[in-house]
Design a binder for this molecule. Sequence first.
Ligand code: PEP
Ligand code: MN
Length: 338
Amino acid sequence: MIIVMKPEATEEEIAAVENKIREFGYEPHEIVGVECKVIGAVGDERGKERLHTLDSWPGVDETIAILKPYKLASREAKPHDTVIDVDGVPVGGELFTLIAGPCSVESIEQMCGTAEKVKKSGANMLRGGAYKPRTSPYSFQGMEEEGLKILAEAKKTSGLPIVTEVMAPNEIELVAKYADVLQVGARNVQNFSLLKEVGKMSKPVLLKRGLMTTIKEFLMSAEYILSEGNKNVILCERGIRTFETATRNTLDISCVPVLKKETHLPILIDPSHATGHWDMVASMARASVAAGADGLMIEVHPDPANAFSDGPQSLKPEKFAALTEELRPFLKLMKRTL
Ligand code: PEP
Ligand code: MN
């Protein structure tokens, strides 16, 4: 249920409505609209009709039942696009988000060198995994805190905000000390304990779609984070598993128009994990811009042949530079800046 306040509603009237929502056993979430304030009341769906009695309260314009199962994530609750501030970089607005960097943090030289190069090419955020979700327990698992420290150093030298994955609830505090964006990986998209815990943080969360996640399930996962109070959720499509084996995953490019219709949250595309092949990244990046995605996350490595993880899908910095130049006319056409 959302409670739409009148534009002239006073702070006292808003507080009274929020108290009543709590009294009914629901959690009020303020949704800042363009003209007026909207309060989302979320909680147990049973008995929510009681909230309609708020219709006649001072300062209340109307109460509207949100029909979608994802309440706070839905466009019904918030018609305008959400723009998320990542340490000064707005995500979801006119500026196109371009996150680049290696799959795994491997060394200070690798991270700082890559950061400098991708920044020169137009990237506005740096990625690198310090905790790696690997299919095999015998594969490289990441540098952990040492990797986080390297990321902090790369931020210092390049000025780029850091996006890095957090895999477990007990690692969140440590990762959040170094990261500007907490990445929840595809395999954890329905790890509800992790979602609830990152929801209690104020740092933006980059939520990747799972290999077998429907768009509805994806938005329900975003809802877990939002319902805990963290409004800064960035969605990322990274390919889903289909019968096709020519590519690592199948990029569901049509999720962009679906998500644009269903949610106000920004949506990025990761063409690296979606295709699994470096030579297919550029065409899917162009398609992502054309489809209306808010940004891209691309794996870039100075020496892909010797990368600790995901070398075959990683671009060399020169190729990344060429790609960003290639994207510029597409971005202009889509009224995006980089
Ligand atoms: C990654 O970004 O390096 C990663 C592991 O991605 P995903 O969770 O999408 O597989
Ligand atoms: Mn990777």
